[in-house]
Design a protein around this ligand. Structure first.
Ligand SMILES: [Mg+2]
Length: 250
């Protein structure tokens, strides 16, 4: 579908969306990584350094594929976050080197992971201003997945905590997880809007529950979060930037 075609459809859908939302929404939940602050570029930078470490055994693109394979195989055991990623780096080193890699490679990978756990929090443009505009009018929630301690650190360092009524660090973002969150907040699906950069985690499960979703594409997305084309849906809108939500609900 052409860029123009898609925009035209979103405009029509947007009218109905805007009217329904204005009347109903009481809770706005925000994804955090790559919606409120920079995250995926840090992971990709670390992954590139990791693949360089393995060059004696496999070309970089193969190392990247092997690492992703390990991550997918372990997701159900480790969940999301840096610590699981570190274990996956170690397992990948062992597999691609057939157990021959020096312990120095393991040490280097642990150092890469620790570096990732201490990256500064860089807010995306207009995040604080947008939260400020919405605070008091809606119940604002942060809904993020990853390691508990790391997400707590990022949330504290972001300086955004005071905008939020509730911060939920989730082990996954599937329909059941959102249903639990809505139950906890005592809110019906038609009162709930989720805003995030991942169609797979922030949009599709929320629409499936008959709630509202706003997608803000980010320039870099983890392969696991990739999904098919953006669906057309009366309760979904696509935003270029976070502050665009104010055109719809404030
Ligand atoms: Mg995200």
């Amino acid at each position: 579908m052409s860029f123009l075609g898609r925009n035209t459809i979103l405009t029509f859908a947007g009218i109905q969306y805007k009217n329904n939302m204005k009347n109903n929404i009481s809770v706005i939940a925000f994804d955090a990584d790559d919606t409120l602050w920079v995250n995926e570029p840090y992971f990709q930078e670390t992954e590139q350094k990791f693949c360089a470490l393995l060059e004696a055994y496999v070309p970089r693109h193969i190392a990247a594929q092997e690492l992703f394979k390990t991550e997918m195989a372990n997701l159900h055991l480790y969940g999301y976050g840096v610590k699981g990623f570190m274990l996956c780096m170690i397992e990948t080193i062992d597999r691609v080197s057939k157990g021959k890699a020096s312990i120095a490679l393991i040490e280097a990978s642990i150092a890469l992971g620790k570096e990732l756990l201490q990256k500064p929090i860089v807010l995306l443009d207009q995040v604080a201003e947008t939260l400020q505009s919405l605070q008091g009018k809606y119940k604002l929630v942060m809904a993020t997945k990853g390691d508990l301690l790391d997400q707590e650190r990022k949330s504290k360092q972001s300086g955004l905590q005071s905008y939020f009524h509730h911060i939920e660090i989730m082990s996954d973002k599937k329909e059941g997880d959102y249903q639990k969150l809505m139950n906890h907040l005592d809110c019906r699906p038609d009162q709930f809007l989720m805003i995030g950069n991942s169609l797979k985690s922030d949009v599709l499960p929320v629409l499936a529950l008959d709630a509202y979703a706003a997608h803000i594409p980010y320039h870099t997305t983890w392969a696991h979060e990739h999904t098919e084309q953006v669906p057309e849906h009366p309760r979904l809108m696509t935003l270029n930037a976070i502050q665009d939500i104010l055109n719809y609900i404030s």
